[in-house]
Design a protein around this ligand. Structure first.
Ligand code: CMP
Length: 136
């Protein structure tokens, strides 16, 4: 089934000059970019995006990181895109993510892990509406 998923190339991806390389992996897989924006978010937007994490111990530094510089937000579309993108991204912790995945190849951190992707159809719908209201 064709799905859409919300992806963030986090501030570490922009700072490290990895935007093109990461986007290339998604495109090479056959996914289509249907929206894309370069943007710097404030703490309020971080709180809305990470609503399910705001009470967690790891959230304050995650909030500081998410707002530390520009990021690239995009929507990818393709067959089973939500699970496919999560597979390409790899496990959350870059130190444990499998080689061959974006995090496994390019990240050595549990927080600065380069990418975010929606984890379910419900979160994809919520996150796409939050970041790209015009896509509805
Ligand atoms: P993301 O997929 O954006 O979803 C939540 C983010 O929180 C996650 O990627 C990591 O960047 C971060 N994160 C999750 N767990 C931890 C943790 N234990 N310590 C630090 N950061 C974390």
């Amino acid at each position: 089934m064709t799905q859409r998923t919300l992806v963030l190339l986090k501030p570490d991806a922009v700072r490290r000059g990895l935007v093109g390389q990461v986007l290339s992996r998604f495109e090479a897989k056959g996914l289509t970019i249907v929206a894309l924006e370069h943007r710097t978010i404030d703490g309020e937007m971080a709180d809305r995006h990470y609503a399910e994490h705001v009470e967690r111990d790891f959230y304050p530094p995650l909030r500081a990181f998410a707002t530390s510089g520009p990021l690239v937000a995009l929507v990818l579309e393709g067959d089973e895109a939500i699970e496919v993108v999560r597979g390409l991204n790899g496990a959350t912790d870059g130190r444990k993510a499998a080689p061959g995945t974006i995090r496994g190849d390019l990240s050595l951190s549990n927080r600065e892990n380069l990418v975010h992707a929606s984890d379910s159809p419900e979160s994809a719908a919520r996150e796409i509406a939050l970041w790209f209201p015009a896509l509805g």
